[in-house]
Design a protein. Structure first.
Length: 125
């Protein structure tokens, strides 16, 4: 999707979208939510590449003050298999559904199943 189309969908100019993309302007939570809806991705899509530990626990600020919630919070995807929320999974599913020919799509499905280990290995324990 182009910056211009994203801007139109959000009611913004493409220049504003460029500023968000370059990091010139910060993206607020509500705007991030709007962007995720327009792009049809979960908000977690934008945080897939975060360094380990960045999203865990409260953050220490100036003079040792702790920011964040007092209690450890369950992630929004609690109980959902982490593999389903990864960017790679979303991209794979979208690519699969862009295959126009149903017979070709079925062959790709069969190929992927044949390359993967038995399903029992994926069951949550």
């Amino acid at each position: 999707m182009s910056q211009e189309r994203l801007g139109d969908a959000l009611g913004l100019t493409f220049q504003q979208v460029q500023k968000y993309e370059r990091g010139v302007n910060r993206v607020g939570a509500s705007r991030l939510f709007d962007i995720s809806r327009v792009l049809d991705v979960p908000i977690s899509y934008f945080f897939d590449d975060m360094p380990e530990g960045m999203s865990e626990g409260p953050v220490s600020g100036p003079r040792g003050r702790m920011y964040g919630f007092a209690e450890q919070q369950e992630p929004f995807s609690a109980g959902v298999d982490d593999q389903l929320t990864k960017r790679e999974t979303l991209e794979l599913v979208r690519a699969y559904y862009r295959i126009q020919d149903p017979a070709m799509r079925k062959r790709m499905f069969d190929l992927m199943k044949s390359l993967a280990p038995a399903e029992a290995a994926f069951e949550a324990g």
